[in-house]
Design a protein around this ligand. Structure first.
Ligand SMILES: [Zn+2]
Ligand SMILES: [Zn+2]
Length: 186
């Protein structure tokens, strides 16, 4: 029989109060992530290790958030499992809110920046610029059209200098999947 010791209760209540969804027997749960609006992770263990919390980003000075601006659902942080300790290791903020599906501010910001960069490519026709911008959305979504978008992106990039592909890499690197990264930038 599963039993929560008496000294667990305050923690469980505290977490529930903070809106943390407790999964499987109260021992396996998602922490909240604190992320700046440019997508720098301030703390992916907002509840468990509040000592690392920051109101403003120490990388870019922007405000940090812990919830989706659209639906107020907490941003999922570190996944706590019994016996597993992994603090701030390899955490990348999600692109889209798991509750309402809207892009997080950093996703919109980076996509907008990449689209602005696309506009600056004089080597491309207006049609190619539009195709490139549409491909950027699909690259980030990691859906069935991502492969098509990857191929189109590479095709269009072959008409510009390699430094442009690097420019897009710098902007999009945290938004795209490993598969896309490998396919485009090697
Ligand atoms: Zn930042
Ligand atoms: Zn949301």
């Amino acid at each position: 029989m599963f039993f929560i010791g008496r000294n667990w209760s305050p923690l469980v209540e505290f977490l529930a109060d903070k809106g943390v969804k407790l999964l499987r027997r109260e021992q396996d749960w998602y922490d909240i992530a604190q992320v700046c609006i440019n997508g720098h992770t301030s703390n992916d263990t907002y509840i468990a290790h509040p000592i690392y919390n920051k109101d403003f980003c120490d990388k870019c000075g922007e405000k940090t958030i812990t919830a989706c601006p659209k639906c107020k659902e907490n941003i999922r942080g570190d996944h706590h499992s019994p016996g597993v300790v992994a603090i701030g290791f390899g955490y990348t903020p999600p692109n889209y809110c798991h509750k309402c599906g809207n892009p997080f501010p950093w996703t919109s910001e980076k996509l907008d920046a990449a689209k602005e960069l696309a506009e600056l490519l004089d080597e491309l026709s207006d049609v190619e610029k539009e195709q490139l911008k549409m491909s950027l959305d699909e690259l980030v979504k990691d859906g069935p059209r991502t492969v098509v978008a990857t191929t189109r992106f590479k095709g269009i990039m072959s008409k510009t200098g390699p430094e442009m592909a690097i420019g897009f890499k710098d902007i999009l690197i945290d938004l795209v999947s490993e598969t896309v990264k490998k396919s485009i930038w090697g």
